[in-house]
Write a protein of this length. Structure first.
Length: 94
């Protein structure tokens, strides 16, 4: 199951990835890290959503016919992709 909403959020982040990373992670990625993260986010758009991130939403759907969906789950999945590649940079800097 691909997700148009997640993809729209990724597109918005990609327009100014450096600023997003600085704001969200208080980190300045290297140029090579930035390229890798950019590529991974583009790749994320071609993949199905990871239902592990959306467990709270699925639980709500079991209890209710209608739910209010926030961006939290989407950003958790996106940010984990970024964090994975930022952490490599942070480990090398230590």
């Amino acid at each position: 199951m691909r997700n148009q909403h997640r993809n729209a959020l990724v597109e918005r982040i990609l327009t100014d990835l450096t600023t997003y990373i600085d704001f969200k992670f208080k980190s300045q990625p290297t140029r090579s890290n930035l390229i890798t993260i950019f590529e991974k986010l583009v790749e994320l758009k071609t993949k199905d959503v990871d239902l592990e991130y959306y467990t709270p939403v699925l639980k709500q759907l079991k209890r209710k016919d209608e739910i209010s969906l926030t961006n939290d789950c989407f950003f958790m999945e996106i940010d984990d992709q970024i964090r994975m590649h930022l952490s490599a940079q942070l480990h090398f800097a230590a």
